[in-house]
Design a protein around this ligand. Structure first.
Ligand code: B12
Length: 215
């Protein structure tokens, strides 16, 4: 089977909400030493995004969206420990990561955290639905270099801007780089927030963190 066919089979297993198949394909990918980052991004993540589209189109209802997310999470739980292999011992920098308050979407943020750890960064993942103040306070407490904030809802994106506003208020803008992520985030939004960058996927997030810390 070609790589593209493998990704297509994974996408189908998520769209069909076929947990047994999705798990079987995850185990196979690990056993066959496939590029697990590609397996996640081009397979499972593409599948769950398609489920989101089907939900938007009215083909799927909320329980199906939730089921798809749960299946994806179970597959990630299997794959992620294998991604961590090769992580470097020495920390290259500290990142505080969270999904902003009011927003429970955690899958993409968790993948970003895992990839950053795999590339040697120290990550404090505060989870989802986290108040902006708590994110800033943790960044201060941990002496972080970077604050990464995820938002998947157009209504919660404003919380990303709140982080910058709090930093400005407390005269802390020079102390941290703030990076944003999540499906609705664009370059224009990053500019409006006065943030330091955004990334569309976990690999680009690693590149972004690396480039910001080199500055
Ligand atoms: C799975 C999912 C859910 C799951 C979430 C499970 C979980 N634990 O995360 C469940 C079923 C719980 C859910 C709930 C809801 N959802 Co939902 N959900 C999705 C869906 C289909 C996929 C999201 C996902 O996991 N994608 C896969 C990951 C890998 O991609 P990602 O999140 O984009 O992350 C990548 C990048 O963005 C980036 N990234 C992410 N974070 C960060 C952070 C940093 C710092 C950086 C640098 C990069 C980065 O890297 C990641 C890895 O590649 C999206 C559709 C979509 N296209 O996004 C809708 C979607 C986000 N949901 C939507 C909605 C409306 C809801 C609900 C309000 C539904 C409801 N009526 O209850 C609730 C939200 C409740 C709340 N208060 O938060 C809408 C949002 C619409 C809008 N414009 O605001 C979407 C877009 C669906 C749609 N097409 O309408 N959802």
């Amino acid at each position: 089977m070609s790589q593209e066919q493998v990704f297509k089979t994974i996408i189908d297993s998520i769209i069909n909400l076929d947990e047994e198949k999705a798990i079987e394909l995850a185990s196979k990918a690990i056993k066959e030493n496939l590029n697990l980052v590609d397996v996640i991004e081009k397979g499972y993540a593409a599948g769950i995004r398609r489920v989101g589209e089907l939900w938007e189109e009215g083909e799927f209802f909320l329980p199906e969206l939730m089921r798809g997310a749960q299946i994806m999470q179970n597959c990630l739980d299997l794959i992620i420990p294998h991604l961590k292999k090769g992580a470097e011992e020495v920390s290259k920098g500290k990142v505080v990561l969270a999904t902003i308050e009011g927003d429970i979407h955690s899958i993409g943020k968790t993948i970003v955290g895992t990839m950053l750890r795999a590339y040697g960064y120290e990550v404090y993942d505060l989870g989802a639905d986290v108040p902006a103040e708590k994110i800033v306070d943790t960044a201060i407490e941990k002496s972080a270099n970077i604050i990464g904030v995820s938002a998947l809802l157009t209504t919660t994106m404003f919380g990303q801007k709140k982080i910058i506003d709090i930093l400005k208020e407390r005269n802390l803008l020079d102390r941290f780089k703030v990076i944003l992520g999540g499906a609705p985030v664009t370059n224009a939004w990053v500019a409006e927030c006065n943030a330091d960058g955004f990334a569309e996927n976990a690999i680009d997030a690693v590149k972004l963190v690396r480039s910001l810390l080199e500055k």
